[in-house]
Design a protein around this ligand. Structure first.
Ligand code: SF4
Ligand code: SF4
Length: 442
């Protein structure tokens, strides 16, 4: 398929970064680059979504890479997978037989190997500038599921379902392929329910995932995992602390030990982000932002400082940065950080944190990965979130009472620039609808 039609098919299919970012994929495909990297590193502990896709459907991912290479003019495709998963690598190697412009790059088993800045450095030894994109160094990075959706789009299929790992305090942890908008509760029940009564559900992994306030709402195009943890689990405690609590605690308890800076993956890459200094300046006036406050624009929200580094004081530079960033954006402050000539810090290699260390520190060592088999799940009611992509919000193109079939368009962002289209994931009637979701009942 020629380039223009491929990009149009990807846009029409409503593909957004399935790894969690939600960046509209057709925009990435409009660039001209040398390399496409398939991000199959999936470094969030306890998630097996990308691994299962690569294990079961490597052919489709490879097809997606070929389309992405054609669209962007890339000469090579690289599949980044952790060397730890040799069973997955063997399947991908078999699928690559006779293909010479796509190969595998084995990553170490550390967190956050899947952060685009780190993946690109690991694979190409190129450093993305501060505040930049992989595109700045001639690379486009796409998640494994996103690439298999690209392959589907070329065959005329739009995004109506997604693969998701259900793990933690679950009777039978599994990887399911579910209609977008299936509820967290339905998916947990499909895995035999929970093993405990008092639990909290996360959308995503333990490091970057967020608490699900209402488990009867539906999963999004960006939901890579559903993690169930006890209410009193360390991860839940850290994630439920309010920003007000965290600011108070930080002012009182930060001992300036530097560990958050020492272990910050973006600092180790050479960026000017120093979380311990930011913690020292948290009561500064935002109207006059210092570089330690605007460095919020450099934070990837990876969670290393919160979940691993500050294990004695239990503070969260991550949360402070998220709040600062929100405030700075609302004030119209632009990131002044644009450094593009730097090298990784000397300690870069030594300070990589292995996944087993993270699991132990976070109290997750008792949980294991589910089998790498994707099972189908059907639902008779979905509540499709229409605001979980980057860009212009999508507006409903249907109203309550309309009848829809699988694949019918139900919401659309205004044309031009970033945005996405949404499609019905089951056949039925529109039974509820607002600015953030559309409910369909079979
Ligand atoms: S690790 Fe914690 S206590 Fe140490 S400087 Fe960072 S925020 Fe402060
Ligand atoms: S979340 Fe913490 S460790 Fe991660 S990039 Fe931000 S400051 Fe650094």
């Amino acid at each position: 398929m020629e380039r223009k039609r491929a990009i149009e098919a990807i846009k029409t299919a409503g593909i957004v970064g399935a790894g969690g970012g939600g960046f509209p994929t057709f925009i990435k495909m409009q660039s001209q680059v040398e390399t496409i990297i398939c991000n199959g590193s999936e470094c969030e502990p306890l998630l097996a979504t990308d691994k299962a896709i690569l294990y079961q459907n490597a052919d489709r991912v490879i097809d997606g890479i070929k389309v992405a290479m054609k669209a962007t003019g890339a000469k090579e495709g690289i599949i980044a997978i952790k060397g730890h998963y040799q069973n997955v690598i063997k399947k991908v190697e078999a699928a690559l037989a006779g293909i010479y412009d796509i190969h595998i790059h084995q990553l170490e088993n550390y967190y956050p190997a899947g952060d685009e800045f780190l993946t690109v450095y690991d694979v190409t030894k190129k450093l993305i500038p501060e505040g930049g994109l992989p595109l700045d160094v001639g690379v486009v990075v796409c998640n494994a599921l996103t690439l298999s959706q690209i392959s589907d789009a070329i065959a005329g299929k739009v995004v109506t379902n997604r693969v998701v790992t259900i793990n933690g305090e679950i009777e039978k942890p599994q990887v399911l392929k579910a209609p977008i908008g299936a509820s967290y509760r339905q998916l947990i029940s499909a895995c035999g329910g929970t093993t405990i009564d008092n639990y909290t559900v996360l959308d995503g992994g333990p490091m970057m995932g967020s608490i699900v306030e209402d488990i009867d709402r539906g999963i999004a195009k960006t939901t890579s995992g559903i993690l169930v943890l006890p209410n009193d689990h360390f991860v839940v405690n850290m994630k439920t602390k309010s920003i007000t609590q965290m600011v108070k605690l930080s002012k009182a308890a930060c001992c300036q030990c530097f560990r958050c800076t020492d272990l910050c993956p973006r600092n180790l890459l050479g960026h000017d982000i120093y979380p311990h200094r930011t913690m020292r300046t948290i009561d500064y006036n935002l109207a006059d932002p210092t570089e330690h406050i605007t460095s919020a624009f450099l934070c990837s929200q990876c969670g290393v400082c919160e979940m691993v580094a500050c294990d004695s004081m239990l503070l969260s530079p991550k949360k402070i940065y998220a709040e600062y960033r929100k405030t700075l954006v609302a004030q119209g402050v632009k990131s002044p950080h644009r450094k593009n000539n730097f090298s990784v810090r000397d300690a870069f290699e030594d300070r990589k944190i292995s996944i087993p260390t993270i699991m132990k520190k976070m109290g997750l060592a008792k949980y294991t990965l589910p089998e790498l088999v994707v099972k189908d799940f059907y639902s008779d009611r979905v509540s499709i979130p229409t605001n979980r992509h980057i860009g212009k919000p999508a507006k409903a193109t249907v109203t309550i009472g309309d009848q829809v079939k699988i694949g019918d368009m139900i919401a659309l962002s205004a044309d031009g620039g970033l945005g996405s289209v949404y499609h019905a994931s089951i056949i039925g009637e529109i039974t509820d609808c607002d600015q953030s979701f559309i409910e369909i009942t079979a």
